[in-house]
Design a protein around this ligand. Structure first.
Ligand code: G6P
Length: 489
């Protein structure tokens, strides 16, 4: 009798992102210790059985010597990661400069740097050249590892130049590009000196993805208004083909959070926290210490709330976890001292001998501590001035099945499109409005909290990171097949 073997097809996938999902620490001339960061994106891209994925990116460390590079490459290979080595000067000009001092603030509506216009214009050009050079270095590594049939998925604002570099080398390569930040209104994008070069390069991809329909729409209008191209509901007509543009809202690995809540160490943390804050309501903020997160605005709104309602002064505490990030960029250094100053002032003003209203931590927490915090707090406060999606809001919802806490969410976060019906939406620039939302959240009756939580929980559970990745990749395959059929007609 004939035996039928079912061989499951696994899509080979090359994920290209600025950063590898590992932190690498050098332990000797040829020894490295690696820790893989277990975020939703990692499990969606490396942990899904439908993909045979490899991840290409910068390891986040400077490795000038060949012995070190070889050893790191070998160690990373075991984790299905492939490093791109960037020297300090490139990191300074490309990562700190063009990516994080120019594109990041611009895409979040904070404008281009303005201190010294002339100096900025001069350094702008060299930073852009470094950006192109760095993107070409990523392309060289992709080309080296590419095999026919691979899907190449480029990520984020660091790699907008990559699709063009890849297609120039091999026009048959299947290339997708996804932006994790907002794409701003075309009126903002057109202030960027290299506005056209970046659009042309992204359009070289087969599929271009954003978190929300609005970002996709902004991108298409930038292409029509700045480049004079034809936009359609499906994308942009570009050099005789259609570059497909669509929205793919990301999610989290919600089961990972839900399962974690039952683990003994998380339960221990939960008990400790409950004991520590007994008799008080606890509000939570978890953000990278970034100007887009609106941390000063959030704290000032909390001050306004305490100012207006003396009753709450010793009955509520705000825990703000601010994870340091991009600490070599001066804007980020300024923000750190600004936040410290405001927190100090408010604690001095409203603290008592035994309590302070704001606990501020300048560091990250481990996964278990974070889950416990998400689970025990009464209100989460997400006040981003702009945010591509904001997954902290998703993580909070995933951990709140018992408590049914309230999510206060900025209307300028992508997540407002999906969690808006369950959250209290606010304009983070309006401190009076946020203060009123805090009062409302703290007093909200449990029936309303349950209803709101249910809506959000269902969404977070059913829109996962895995599903997001699967949809993007199959759409990319379909787009390429459709384009081939069209050219054959
Ligand atoms: C945002 C970006 C990511 C980036 C992350 C952390 O979420 O979209 O691409 O990796 O911030 O920033 P960092 O500069 O430390 O990689």
């Amino acid at each position: 009798e004939e035996k039928h073997e079912t061989k499951t097809f696994r899509q080979r996938l090359l994920v290209v992102a600025n950063r590898l999902p590992v932190s690498a620490v050098r332990k000797g001339e040829d020894a490295w210790s690696l820790e893989i960061s277990a975020g939703g994106l990692v499990s969606a891209l490396l942990g899904v059985k439908e993909f045979e994925a490899k991840w290409i990116g910068w390891a986040g460390v400077n490795v000038p010597d060949e012995i070190g590079q070889k050893a790191l490459t070998k160690a990373l290979a075991e984790k299905r990661c492939i490093p791109v080595f960037l020297d300090e000067e490139i990191v300074h000009q490309y990562y700190n400069g063009y990516c994080n001092n120019i594109l990041w603030p611009l895409f979040h509506y904070l404008g281009l740097p303005q201190e010294d216009r002339l100096a900025t214009t001069r350094s702008f050009q060299s930073q852009f050249e470094a950006y192109e050079k760095a993107n070409q270095m990523f392309a060289d590594v992709v080309n080296k590892h590419y095999e026919e049939g691979d899907v190449v998925w480029c990520h984020d604002y660091h790699l907008m130049f990559l699709p063009k570099c890849l297609k120039k080398h091999n026009k048959n390569m299947k290339v997708g590009w996804f932006l994790h930040t907002p794409f701003p209104s075309s009126e903002i994008h057109r202030t960027l000196p290299s506005r056209s070069e970046l659009l042309h390069s992204v359009l070289a991809a087969d599929l271009v993805g954003f978190h929300t329909y609005d970002y996709a729409r902004h991108f298409v209008s930038a292409c029509t208004r700045i480049l004079g191209l034809e936009g359609t509901p499906y994308g942009v007509e570009y050099q005789g083909k259609l570059t497909r543009v669509a929205a793919f809202p990301i999610g989290i690995d919600s089961e990972r959070f839900i399962r974690a809540l039952d683990l003994p160490p998380v339960q221990d943390h939960i008990r400790e926290l409950q004991e520590r804050f007994k008799g008080r309501k606890v509000m939570l903020g978890v953000d990278r210490l970034d100007m887009i997160k609106g941390i000063p605005q959030k704290i000032l709104a909390f001050e306004k709330f305490l100012e207006e309602d003396a009753y709450w002064r010793d009955k509520v505490v705000l825990l703000q976890i601010a994870v340091p990030t991009r600490t070599d960029v001066p804007e980020y250094q300024k923000l750190t001292s600004q936040v410290h100053e405001i927190v100090g002032r408010i604690n001095g003003r409203f603290g008592t001998l035994t309590t302070v209203p704001i606990h501020h931590l300048d560091r990250s927490l481990d996964f278990h501590q974070l889950c416990a915090l998400y689970a025990v707090t009464d209100v989460a406060l997400v006040t981003s001035l702009r945010d591509g999606m904001n997954l902290v809001s998703y993580e909070y919802v995933a951990c709140q099945e018992k408590k049914k806490g309230v999510l206060i969410l900025s209307e300028f976060a992508g997540a407002a499109q999906s969690l808006g019906a369950g959250a209290i939406l606010v304009n983070p620039w309006n401190i009076t409005e946020v203060a009123a939302a805090i009062a409302r959240a703290l007093k909200m009756p449990s029936a309303e909290r349950e209803k709101r939580h249910k809506h959000n929980f269902l969404h977070v559970k059913s829109h996962t990171a895995q599903e997001w990745a699967g949809t993007f990749v199959s759409e990319l395959n379909d787009t390429v097949i459709e384009a081939q059929l069209r050219t054959r007609q």
